[in-house]
Design a protein around this ligand. Structure first.
Ligand SMILES: *[C@@H]1O[C@H](CO)[C@@H](O)[C@H](O)[C@H]1NC(C)=O
Ligand SMILES: *[C@@H]1O[C@H](CO)[C@@H](O)[C@H](O)[C@H]1NC(C)=O
Ligand SMILES: *[C@@H]1O[C@H](CO)[C@@H](O)[C@H](O)[C@H]1NC(C)=O
Ligand SMILES: *[C@@H]1O[C@H](CO)[C@@H](O)[C@H](O)[C@H]1NC(C)=O
Ligand SMILES: *[C@@H]1O[C@H](CO)[C@@H](O)[C@H](O)[C@H]1NC(C)=O
Ligand SMILES: *[C@@H]1O[C@H](CO)[C@@H](O)[C@H](O)[C@H]1NC(C)=O
Ligand SMILES: *[C@@H]1O[C@H](CO)[C@@H](O)[C@H](O)[C@H]1NC(C)=O
Length: 463
């Protein structure tokens, strides 16, 4: 099966060289994830709302109605981890409500009182995390009539994930999506708006849902190419720049604070680290890709071992919950963030949560992705060095070493300010006073829908 997958990837490579890089890499990562995340069978701990509804003033942008979908569109897709299918990467996705197992291996790396807030979270688990949080969301309504936004809890990433690495037909890969749209299309509130006040969470990057039309292009589903999806808002870990309906949200990472106090305690912890390296690089090179920038950074970092701390994921098992990554990032002023398999990379969020200042080489890695979550001025919290300048001889060491202690401190403060905004809190009702990534994302959707509705009403238009 692996061979078949690679064959189909190979066909892709020829036709779509850029896509191919990212697919090869994805394959690699998913293999890693899978070998690492063998966990016991899971059951979804999704509970009905036990929250007392929020006072109207707390939900100024409106409320969310959550569709009750047939379980074939969510719970049934989670799968069972008894399955010996090596491609069953979604095992790690589903355990513990999407948060993953406890990361006991961080004992000694993080303060003891915060250890319970660290998990081995799979980067593709946001569909489950959002669903769980949404059911307990303070601005959820059970009355569709009064809703500003309609949430469709379809696990589209899990639905297509099953088919990504084997030779399945386009029909098979689109089947769940087709059925879902058939179902949702029949709902009265869908008919009212054609889906433009509906939203969904995609646990994978947007490109996994935009299959090209050529039958040779075997990657992904064509969910987002389906006409009915045209005006549905999607919260995704990597958006297509220029597509208004794609909203970038942070990748889930391992830190899930249980309280406001967890957040502030962690912020002081990372603020007072002794950062003994100027910068760090975590990643693996792609030996099979020509001019691989990550390979270049790896080699660069090894050559600069006085200033750069390297975690080579080809040697260290980066996704098995080893504490090597977190330790490297806690000990470095900056962290290098080249593009990953696609433009974005979960490591950006790992790095920022560790209080390390991210260094980008492509603008698309963060600046036009996560506008609701990161500061508007990129230079306030990050450094940008164009990758082509680096290849042409610009010294990373020279650029980063050029910042004064005070300048670095100021950038780090901005990074530390971001921490609550880029993590997903553990309590299903959210934190006490702090707004986390979930709150910001859902509130942003509500505000958008409310504004659009107002504009439409003022102009006598349909939504
Ligand atoms: C996938 O399966 C189809 C039909 O079973 C076959 O024609 C095609 O060659 C296979 N593709 C690959 C890449 O193995
Ligand atoms: C929804 O789409 C259908 C077909 O495209 C159109 O006839 C109808 O007017 C649309 N309704 C709204 C509310 O936009
Ligand atoms: C989506 O919105 C655009 C602009 O409002 C509209 O022209 C189009 O018909 C809508 N698509 C669907 C499927 O309703
Ligand atoms: C940081 O280093 C200084 C001097 O080497 C030391 O006194 C201090 O305890 C260290 N702090 C931490 C948190 O390790
Ligand atoms: C690292 O050093 C080796 C040996 O001196 C050299 O061949 C290589 O080009 C250097 N790598 C980078 C990225 O400068
Ligand atoms: C992860 O892998 C590394 C090296 O392969 C190993 O040393 C470490 O013990 C593993 N950690 C866990 C938590 O499995
Ligand atoms: C890098 O160098 C090449 C060849 O020397 C040149 O063509 C290219 O414009 C340079 N790129 C940048 C961004 O300076």
């Amino acid at each position: 099966m692996i061979k078949t997958a690679f064959n189909s990837v190979h066909a892709h490579v020829i036709l779509y060289p850029r896509l191919s890089i990212f697919i090869t890499v994805l394959l690699f990562i998913q293999l890693l994830v899978l070998f690492i995340s063998r966990v016991p069978p899971v059951s979804l701990p999704i509970r009905p709302s036990t929250q007392t509804p929020a006072a109207p003033s707390e939900c100024g942008s409106g409320r969310v109605y959550v569709y009750e979908l047939p379980t074939m569109f969510n719970e049934d897709l989670v799968g069972s981890c008894d399955d010996l299918d090596p491609w069953h990467w979604q095992c790690g996705v589903a355990s513990n409500g999407g948060y993953g197992r406890s990361a006991a291996e961080y004992a000694g790396t993080v303060p003891e009182s915060l250890l319970p807030a660290w998990y081995r979270t799979n980067q593709f688990s946001s569909e489950i995390i959002y669903h769980n949080r949404m059911l307990n969301y303070k601005c959820r309504t059970m009355e569709a009539e009064s809703a500003t936004a309609f949430y469709i809890p379809f696990y589209a990433g899990l639905a297509v994930g099953k088919y990504l690495f084997s030779n399945h037909t386009a029909e098979e890969r689109d089947w769940h999506c087709e059925m879902l749209l058939k179902w949702v299309h029949e709902q009265p509130y869908w008919k009212r708006s054609n889906g433009s006040d509906h939203f969904i969470v995609l646990g994978r990057i947007t490109w996994d849902f935009r299959r090209l039309t050529d039958p040779e292009k075997l990657w992904g589903s064509s969910f987002l190419n389906m006409p009915l999806m045209q005006n549905v808002t999607r919260l995704t870990i990597e958006r297509a720049p220029g597509d208004y309906y794609d909203v970038g949200v942070p990748y889930p990472i391992g830190f899930h604070p249980h309280s406001d106090n967890d957040v502030s305690q962690w912020q002081s912890f990372v603020r007072t680290r002794n950062r003994t390296s100027l910068y760090s690089f975590v990643g693996a090179s792609r030996g099979d890709t020509k001019n691989d920038f990550r390979g270049f950074l790896l080699s660069h970092c090894r050559n600069e071992s006085d200033t750069c701390r390297v975690v080579d994921c080809a040697v260290t098992q980066c996704s098995n919950g080893s504490s090597a990554i977190l330790e490297a990032q806690l000990a470095s002023e900056f962290c290098l963030q080249p593009r990953g398999d696609s433009f974005t990379r979960r490591s950006v969020f790992d790095c920022m949560v560790a209080g390390s200042v991210p260094v980008f080489f492509w603008k698309r890695t963060a600046y036009d992705q996560y506008e609701w979550f990161l500061p508007v001025e990129p230079e306030s919290y990050s450094v940008f060095i164009d990758y082509s300048d680096v290849l042409n001889g610009t010294s990373i060491w020279g650029v980063l070493g050029g910042y004064s202690k005070e300048e670095v401190r100021r950038m780090r403060e901005r990074v530390i300010d971001c921490i609550p905004r880029i993590v997903y809190a553990k309590p299903s009702a959210g934190l006490e006073n702090i707004r986390d990534a979930f709150d910001i994302a859902v509130d942003g959707v509500l505000r958008r829908f409310k504004e659009r509705r107002q504009i439409a009403d003022e102009n006598g238009l349909q939504l």
